[in-house]
Design a protein around this ligand. Structure first.
Ligand SMILES: *Cc1c(COP(=O)(O)O)cnc(C)c1O
Length: 233
């Protein structure tokens, strides 16, 4: 029991390395984000003590309460859930990476607030590829305007795209969504100068991160496979 999280992290790093090898990629180019939502700070601390550096949360208030109780060198907190505009300031204060920019308005607000707070978070645009009403994320047609806004933002470091495909029992069925996101990043990069290339693809969860890595994921968001089953939020 005591080192369960440590064992799970070790196994995950092995699986990440094997998936990277299959795709002829370097394992160092893939970051495991331990998604700690719903778990108490004491449990998150165990993961940090076992070497986790990147922590993912989907609720701003929950993370703002938890982050000060977790200590470790070089920790990066990632917001992976929907961001309401009235939580933007707390999000900027709490998170190093915001994966869920989905509108021009939110991009502008984050830039303004980051300037006021003296912060410069990394940001990704969440793209809705599933076209389901319940899923958040930017419509593909809105992407150019959001990208233009982020490129002009003085206080945001825009680095790539994120997606959350519909849930499939068979992870192979998510492959097309992951491939599509990679193609969108490649398309954006065609018109960007080399030094402004976008490099990050946030995609893949506990049940499908290996497929995501085969399709180019650089940030995999893994909760259950690190911390065990969650109670409902
Ligand atoms: C909860 C969550 C995850 C992690 O899910 P697991 O299946 O537990 O790995 C990944 N991404 C997002 C956006 C989430 O909300």
């Amino acid at each position: 029991m005591p080192d369960e999280i440590r064992d799970r992290l070790a196994r995950l790093h092995e699986r990440i390395a094997r998936a990277a090898e299959r795709a002829r990629r370097r394992a160092e180019d893939i970051t495991l984000i331990a998604v700690s939502k719903t778990f108490d700070a004491s449990i998150v601390q165990k993961a940090v003590d076992a070497g986790a550096r990147d922590l993912g949360e989907n609720r701003v208030q929950e993370a703002a309460a938890k982050a000060p109780q977790v200590s470790g060198a070089g920790l990066r907190w990632h917001l992976i859930g929907h961001l309401q505009s009235n939580k933007a300031r707390v999000a900027v204060q709490t998170f190093d990476v915001i994966h869920t920019v989905e509108s021009v308005e939110l991009a502008r607000r984050l830039d303004r607030i980051a300037g006021e707070e003296g912060r410069r978070p990394t940001v990704l645009v969440q793209v809705a590829l599933g076209h389901e009403a319940t899923k958040s994320g930017a419509d593909e047609n809105d992407l150019p305007a959001i990208v233009e806004t982020l490129d002009a933002a003085a206080h945001l470091d825009f680095q790539g795209l994120m997606t959350l495909p519909p849930f499939f029992d068979d992870p192979e069925q998510a492959r097309g969504y992951f491939r599509r996101l990679r193609e969108m990043l490649e398309n954006l990069n065609r018109s960007r100068a080399p030094e402004r290339r976008l490099t990050e693809l946030s995609m893949g969860m506990s049940h499908d991160f290996e497929v995501a890595i085969e399709e180019g994921a650089t940030l995999v968001r893994v909760g259950t496979a690190v911390f065990g089953a969650r109670r409902k939020h």
